[in-house]
Design a protein around this ligand. Sequence first.
Ligand code: ASP
Length: 320
Amino acid sequence: MFVVASQNGRVGIAAAMQVLRDGGAALDAVEAGIRLVEANPDDHSVGYGGYPNLLGEVELDAAIMDGRDLTGGAVGALKGYPHPISVARKVLEKLPHVFLVGEGAARFAAEMGFESCELLTEPARETWKERLREDLPPDVLAHLTEQPDLWRYVEIATDPERARGTTNFIAQDAQGNLAVGVSTSGWAWKYPGRVGDSPIIGAGLYADNRYGAAACTGTGEMAIRAATAHSVVFYMKMGLSVVEAGQRAMADLNDLGGRYLSGMNLIAVDRAGNHVGFSSRPDAKYLYFTDAMDAPAEAPRLYIPLNERWQRSTSGACSG
Ligand code: ASP
């Protein structure tokens, strides 16, 4: 039994391991761990307290996948519900669908009896306001909601070096079943309705008991285009080790063109429980906790530099 998580999973990884120790399923462990990250108001990249979109609305993305039968549930751009991972789990369990977004996802959350609340905390609101004051012309800021060309300003406000993040959890239970979950508030100051890789099965997460599991944090648009999490598992299916599979999936990102390329991070496990993290940033870490351990430990991620560029469009903001 083990749990592997991104570093911001520290607040939830012990609870996830406890679920496994109590005989719970990998899916339960992943959900329990992620709920604690979602509830952490100091984590501005996940759940309650997450940074909002350009208009100041917190929109959450999450997904969960069961490695036993490749079932999954996901929600995107969900407003007003602090635990998108649990709503995603209900999508998996109750619906013939995999992925709900926006108003439909919120309606379903209400039908499932989830409590809604305001997700935008004061510190997150302050940072949002400050950032927009720095980045946007005052006349635009004064009429942001009615702005007919909001798209022009996303490029300015959404800078890859700025606050982002996601939580990743992978667990294997006593029966050897794998599950993976991902939850995020996405890019800070994103265009309303933008959905990243986190709720997209195959992009931000993938689990298959027969081979292994993987999950991403980083530039979601890249993981969507390269189907990164699925690639890791697929490369294992093709016979590569978990280390080689992750290296290949990271290297695939260098095939991407376009003007918006930035960082990527992966955690991956094989079915035997070998785990590894990868990052395009040096010195990045991830967490792991096996049933033989008393407490979670941190491990360095393999550093895999990627091509990065962030070229603003010449026809973008402020250029008419
Ligand atoms: N992958 C997330 C997204 O694109 C953000 C992140 O992990 O930094 O929404």
